[in-house]
Structure formats: structure tokens, C-alpha cells
Design a binder for this molecule. Sequence first.
Ligand SMILES: [Ca+2]
Ligand SMILES: [Ca+2]
Length: 162
Amino acid sequence: MLPKRLIVGLISLCLMIRCTGGNERCGASIRGACPPAWSRWGDKCYKQLSEDLPWAEAKQECIKMGSVLVMPQSQEETEFLLKNLAPFFRINCNDLQVEGTWVCQDGTTDVEYRNWREETGEPNNGAGGEDCAVTDKSGWNDVSCEFHAPTICKRPAPQLHF
Ligand SMILES: [Ca+2]
Ligand SMILES: [Ca+2]
């Protein structure tokens, strides 16, 4: 019987085989470990910045590190981040273009997932100027984009070709 650790290791490798059919050669790639100080969930890596930043700066800092400002695509992803990285954090969601129309993007992917905190009527555009969003365990809240919120950056786990 295979040792349990080995089985877990194999499962976590997320093996992907690419074949282009016919006589073309096949290639394979695996997702490698996250860089030091980055946390792994699925095939993604996450890191919290040491400084809390306004939305625009948070986006830029993540890009500088070859990543994007985090936008969770599910409750499971959100829970991993709340538990392992920060009890609340900024998400890449805003209604800057059209008040009340929220655009949430994970990199360039539009995200449909929503988790507004209902008890306090979020998003409530409090004081008429809440166009960015943060999340904690009770859900999302719209806040000022200038608010210095904990920032998590996200990037794919490095892909190794062989
Ligand atoms: Ca707003
Ligand atoms: Ca609010």
C-alpha cells in the first residue's frame, strides 16, 4: 500500500496532459509549489501584503508581484483566505463606473459570485461614497476605495513543463 503522504502528494500535483492529436507529440505539465511565503489553495497561490492599501494601490502592488488583487470565485475560496491569511480583506469588486452596478474581476475574468452582508443592507453606498468592497466571515461590505484595507494577491501556481 502506498504511504498516505505520497497519495496526498500525488493528488495535490494536479497533473495535466496536453496532446494535440495525430502524430503531434504530447506534452505534460504540472503545477509546482507556490513561491516562498505564498499559500496554496487548489492551483492558486496567495499572499497578503505587509501594508494595508487603498484599492488602486492594492491593485498596482499585486501587479508588481506578477499577480492580481484577489477576487474569490466561491465561498470555499473565501473561507480558505479568511482562515489562513486575513480575517477580512479587500476584494477586486467595484461600482465606480455605474453606481450600483458591481463589476467583480478575478484578473480579467468576470466573477458572478456575490456574498453581500444582508443584515446591514450591503451594498448600502454609505455616505454616498462606497464604491469598493471588503469581505469578512459575515459577508461583503462596500467601503470607500480610499480605505486602507488588508490586501491579498493571487496568482496561478507555477506551471512546470516536461
Ligand atoms: Ca457605490
Ligand atoms: Ca457599506
